[in-house]
Design a protein around this ligand. Structure first.
Ligand code: C2E
Ligand code: MG
Ligand code: MG
Ligand code: MG
Length: 282
C-alpha cells in the first residue's frame, strides 16, 4: 500500500509513525511523574438501585489532569501504564484512595454506599496482589464487604489461576463484578466456576435501546441468565429515561449512566448524595 502511493507518501506515513511513538514516549514519561505530582484523581459515578431508586454504590474512575495537556482519558493512558508496569503503583494508589474515600463517606453518614474499583490484567495477576489488598483493607479499616473489584472477561483466560485469586479475594470479604459483560470472546463456562457477584452489561448493548430490538433481547437475556446463576446485574451507560424505564421493567437490579449522573469528584459526590435525598438511603 505504502509502496504504491510513492516515496513521499511512504515517508510521510513513516514520519507519522514516529510522531505517534514520540507522543507515546512523552505520555509515558509524564505518567511516570503524575503520581508524585498529584495529577491523578478519582471520580465517582453513582450506581442506582432500580428497585428503590437509591444510590447504593459508586464506581471509581481514574482521571489524569496534566498541567499543559489537560484531561487525558483513562482509555488512553491505562494501556500505556499496563504496558510499562506503571499500572502496579497506580493501581495500588487507586485502591488506597478509594478505601480512604469510603471512610470519608462513612464519616459523612453514607454508610450504605459501596465502592467499585476497576482492576487491570497485570495488576490482578501480580504475585502479591491479594496481600496488597489485605494490607490496604487493614490499614484503612474499611468494611471489605463494601469494596467491589471489577474485572473484565479478558482476565478470565487462565481459569485456574483466576479462580484461585478470586477465591482468595473472596476470603477477604470483597465482591467481584464482571465489567463490560457481553463484548468479550471468552466462553460462558467461567460463570459457573468463578466466585463472582455481579455482571455489568456493556454500554454498547444499552446505547440503542429502545430502538434496537436485538439489543433489547440481548439485555433481557443477560438479566435472565444472571439471575438464574444467582448474580446481580448492573446496566452501564443508561443515558435516557426510556432506557432507565426499560431496565426497571425488565428486572435489571442496578444502573449507572449519564441519565443518573456523570462521574463526580469527591466534593461533587458528597453534595449529590446530600441533595438527592430521595435517591439515598435512610
Ligand atoms: P469502565 O470501567 O467500563 O467504565 C465506564 C466508562 O463509561 C467510564 O469511562 C464512564 O465515564 C463511562 N460512562 C459512564 N456512563 C456513561 C454513559 O451514560 N454514556 C457514555 N457514553 N459513557 C458513560 P472512563 O471514565 O473514561 O473510563 C474508561 C475505562 O477506563 C473504564 O471503563 C475502565 O476500563 C478504565 N478505567 C477507569 N478507571 C480505571 C482504574 O482506576 N483502573 C483501571 N485498571 N482501569 C480504569
Ligand atoms: Mg468499570
Ligand atoms: Mg464497564
Ligand atoms: Mg464499558
Amino acid at each position: 500500500q505504502a509502496k504504491k502511493d510513492g516515496r513521499n507518501t511512504f515517508r510521510f506515513y513513516d514520519l507519522n509513525m514516529d510522531k505517534q511513538q514520540e507522543e507515546q514516549l512523552m505520555l509515558e514519561n509524564e505518567l511516570r511523574k503524575a503520581l508524585d505530582k498529584n495529577e491523578l484523581s478519582l471520580y465517582y459515578q453513582p450506581i442506582i438501585d432500580l428497585q428503590s431508586s437509591k444510590v447504593i454504590s459508586v464506581e471509581a474512575l481514574l482521571r489524569w489532569k496534566h498541567p499543559s495537556m489537560g484531561m487525558i482519558s483513562p482509555a488512553k493512558f491505562i494501556p500505556i501504564a499496563e504496558e510499562n508496569g506503571l499500572i502496579l503503583p497506580i493501581g495500588q494508589w487507586v485502591i488506597e484512595s478509594a478505601c480512604r474515600h469510603l471512610r470519608t463517606l462513612d464519616l459523612k453518614g453514607f454508610t450504605f454506599i459501596d465502592i467499585a474499583v476497576n482492576l487491570s490484567i497485570r495488576q490482578f495477576y501480580q504475585t502479591n496482589f491479594v496481600s496488597i489488598v489485605a494490607n490496604i483493607i487493614r490499614e484503612t479499616g474499611i468494611n471489605p464487604t463494601r469494596l467491589h473489584f471489577e474485572i473484565t472477561e479478558s482476565m478470565t483466560a487462565d481459569v485456574q489461576l483466576t479462580t484461585s485469586i478470586l477465591n482468595e479475594l473472596k476470603t477477604l470479604g470483597v465482591s467481584i463484578s464482571i465489567d463490560d459483560f457481553g463484548i468479550g470472546y471468552s466462553s460462558l463456562s467461567y460463570l459457573r466456576s468463578f466466585p463472582i457477584n455481579i455482571l455489568k452489561i456493556d454500554r454498547s448493548f444499552i446505547k440503542n435501546i429502545p430502538q434496537n430490538k436485538e439489543d433489547q433481547d440481548i439485555a433481557t437475556m443477560i438479566i435472565f441468565m444472571a439471575h438464574k446463576l444467582g448474580l446481580k446485574v448492573i446496566a452501564e451507560g443508561a443515558e435516557t429515561s426510556e432506557q432507565a424505564k426499560f431496565l426497571v421493567e425488565n428486572g435489571c437490579d442496578m444502573a449507572q449512566g449519564y441519565y443518573f449522573s456523570y462521574p463526580l469528584n469527591m466534593k461533587e459526590l458528597l453534595s449529590y448524595l446530600g441533595e438527592n435525598a430521595s435517591l439515598i438511603g435512610d
